[in-house]
Design a binder for this molecule. Sequence first.
Ligand SMILES: [Zn+2]
Ligand SMILES: [Zn+2]
Ligand SMILES: [Zn+2]
Length: 97
Amino acid sequence: MKRPISDCPHGAAELPVSRRDLLARTRDGKGACSACGWAEDLRVCQTCGYVGCCESHDGHDTAHFEATGHPFIRPRVARFLGPPGWLWCYDCRAYLE
Ligand SMILES: [Zn+2]
Ligand SMILES: [Zn+2]
Ligand SMILES: [Zn+2]
């Protein structure tokens, strides 16, 4: 399910929107989960840049949200020209576009 980004009351509309900023926020940081070292299907916290593995592994992305309240993640983009991908808000429990 997708919601318009403007419908998120948690600040999604204030996240950087330029392609350059999006790429920076999904490429920076190490290429492994900060909690367990897993290196596939990583998610990047859009508030602080924390890198965590996804729900199909140990769910350290969700653990980070539960510990910090940072609600936004995007998939980490490994290659320079990769698209920034989707944006998920844990508080909305929805993908935003
Ligand atoms: Zn939201
Ligand atoms: Zn992990
Ligand atoms: Zn964070």
